[in-house]
Design a binder for this molecule. Structure first.
Ligand code: C5P
Length: 222
């Protein structure tokens, strides 16, 4: 059967990764969590005390590190220089610095190349902020997922509690708003809906319902 690429973009906490994973499972596609790639660099930068305002230093750091994703039904496992950092990249510290790390042009250029390489074989579902606009501008299906900020903060809070992470609803809401603003206002490939993306508000939808809708549109385009 013909395989396509599916780009899922949207603001923080809109359910992109849960929905993208479900779509990938349903279609037997590969899921690529591009946010985790930026998080891995942010983690490495914090570890090595790199200056996250310094784009050149971050580009050099990214070039020097071995960043690998492996795919499982539960999502991507992330490795930096052969060390698994899957859980560490979700820490509050990484979350607070990742939007600063991701705004540098040199960093984005390298990340986009890696992501395009991963998607080359088709049959992939990528989630992020710039997939439909920059990474895969010719993706056969582009979806822009949104939800109210309260609902997004509520989901992140629940996810943290379920995973035994320290969590405060108001702090998360504030963090989401700050990140959205930073991701939407950066100069290089800001978070924005591609002109040909299908917009889906998931405030009132479960992840399963959103995934089902995406799969049914995808099947029309395969
Ligand atoms: O999706 P997630 O919340 O894990 O993404 C973390 C951060 O990585 C985003 O807030 C954004 O700064 C950056 N990102 C990006 N482009 C992508 C994916 C993520 O700039 N394609």
């Amino acid at each position: 059967m013909n395989k396509i690429n599916i780009a899922i973009d949207g603001p923080a906490g809109a359910g992109k990764s849960t929905v993208a994973k479900q779509v990938a499972r349903d279609l037997d596609y590969t899921y690529i969590d591009t946010g985790a790639m930026y998080r891995a660099l942010a983690w490495k930068a914090l570890q090595s005390q790199a200056d996250i305002q310094d784009g050149e230093a971050l580009s050099a750091l990214l070039e020097s590190m071995d960043l690998t994703l492996s795919y499982t039904a539960e999502g991507n496992r992330i490795f930096v220089d052969n060390e698994e950092v899957t859980n560490m990249v979700r820490s509050n510290e990484v979350t607070a610095s990742v939007s600063q790390v991701s705004l540098h042009a040199g960093v984005r250029e390298q990340m986009v190349k890696k992501q395009q390489e991963l998607a080359k074989a088709k049959g992939t579902v990528l989630d992020g902020r710039d997939i439909g606009t920059t990474v895969l501008p010719h993706a056969e299906l582009k979806v822009f997922l949104t939800a109210s900020v309260e609902e997004r903060a509520r989901r992140r809070h629940l996810e943290n509690v379920e995973n035994g992470r320290e969590s405060n609803f108001e702090t998360i809401k504030q963090d989401i708003q700050t990140r959205d603003e930073k991701d939407s206002s950066r100069l290089v490939s800001p978070l924005t809906k591609a002109a040909d993306a299908v917009e889906m508000d998931t405030t009132e939808l479960t992840a399963e319902q959103a995934a089902m809708r995406i799969c049914s549109i995808a099947k029309e385009r395969i």
